[in-house]
Design a protein around this ligand. Structure first.
Ligand SMILES: C[S@@+](CC[C@H](N)C(=O)[O-])C[C@H]1O[C@@H](n2cnc3c(N)ncnc32)[C@H](O)[C@@H]1O
Ligand code: SF4
Ligand code: SF4
Length: 342
């Protein structure tokens, strides 16, 4: 059975980006999408260091309703989208709309990618999430002390492992039954608190057919002191990626390609600003869930229009101003293989 790449919406759409930019500049036609990011949450049972959930003004209690999510998913589908990624601030599995929206996504032939801290993943949730698409579970360190510290909750590590064990067991069980399942990934931000722990996380991933998704620390309104305590410099990030690449080659015979401009280990330079849109918990429509500067408008832009009509309007390719907005805010450092000076 062919395996899908759960992160295929992230950075493998250079042609689509080029087409969209040309189309927007010429004012002819519609922007086509590979998928959409939807905020699910906003509640969370963790208190992760550096998470944008804890930035000023972020905890406003706002959430997308099921109907708003459904309209946004339908809009993405109408523009060619194939994947719906649940990220944003909060824990998606705590959002009561999640099972129903996953059902809708499956019904209309799309696949989901759910980022989760894994703490609430049961046998039933594992089967639901993996039949709808892929699951990217949080794993910042194999050291429970570091993991608990980064999650900001005592005992986090043990509960996270329970969720992962359910996911891996469900993946095997469903695959044996011939059911199409998505992938399991491990996500971690890369910070000064866990950079040295990521080689062990990578080894666990490779031994268990888990996709590693380690991304540079995102600066999104945290206080500067926090950022300087957490974010690696460009040279340090580059060095870490080289270390991880060496482990992949020496120990697993996996050739992970590195190119300057990457911010996530193993993923090409991020261009999702050019082929995805994001809808935040507040209903803002953005080029990227991190890209506050590239806000197109709101799902409630025009009170006389439905959410889908508003989405059509604000992501309207005929509006030349969108071309200028189709840029990301460069949320984090990226590697540079040409200038590796520590
Ligand atoms: C905000 S969380 C929401 C989903 C879920 N609660 C989780 O943690 O996976 C979405 C993603 O953002 C990541 N994240 C949070 N703060 C970050 C930061 N400052 N830099 C990079 N990634 C961050 C998390 O690790 C997670 O992969
Ligand atoms: S679990 Fe996710 S949303 Fe919750 S605090 Fe951690 S990174 Fe933020
Ligand atoms: S802000 Fe830019 S680099 Fe960062 S995740 Fe968004 S599109 Fe990618």
């Amino acid at each position: 059975m062919a395996k899908e790449n759960p992160l295929s919406g992230y950075g493998m759409h250079a042609d689509l980006v080029r087409q969209n930019l040309l189309m927007v500049k010429s004012g002819a036609g519609e922007v086509r999408l590979s998928g959409i990011y939807l905020a699910a949450g906003p509640d969370c049972n963790f208190n992760c260091r550096g998470c944008f959930l804890h930035t000023p003004g972020a905890q406003n209690g706002l959430r997308l309703t099921l109907e708003e999510m459904r309209a946004a998913v339908d809009f993405a589908r109408s523009r060619g989208g194939e994947v719906v990624v649940f990220a944003g601030k909060g824990e998606p599995v705590m959002d009561p709309s999640l099972p129903l929206i996953l059902e809708h996504i499956t019904e209309i032939g799309m696949r989901s990618v759910v980022f989760t801290n894994g703490t609430l993943i049961t046998k039933k949730w594992s089967e639901l999430l993996l039949t709808a698409g892929s699951v990217i579970a949080k794993r910042n360190s194999m050291n429970p002390v570091v993991q608990n510290d980064l999650a900001g909750v005592d005992g986090a590590d043990a509960v996270m492992w329970q969720g992962v064990n359910h996911l891996l067991a469900a993946r095997d069980r469903l695959t044996q039954r011939g059911v199409r399942v998505g992938d399991v990934g491990f996500d971690s931000y890369i910070s000064r608190k866990n950079a040295n722990d990521l080689p062990e996380v990578l080894r666990f991933c490779r031994r268990n057919a888990i996709i590693p998704y380690f991304e540079a620390f995102i600066e999104l309104g945290q206080n500067p002191e926090m950022v300087s305590h957490m974010a690696l410099s460009q040279a340090e990030l580059t060095q870490l990626f080289l270390t991880l690449q060496k482990i992949d080659i020496d120990e697993f015979e996996i050739e992970t390609k590195l190119v300057s401009g990457m911010r996530t280990y193993g993923q090409p330079p991020c261009d999702k600003w050019g082929h995805m849109v994001s809808v935040t918990a507040e209903g803002r429509v953005q080029a990227c869930i991190c890209g506050f500067e590239a806000t197109y408008g709101s799902i409630h832009e025009n009170s006389g229009l439905s959410v889908k009509e508003n989405l059509d309007l604000v992501v309207n390719a005929a509006n030349p101003a969108v071309a200028e907005k189709m840029r990301c805010s460069r949320c984090s450092n990226r590697i540079n293989l040409e200038r590796l000076v520590i």
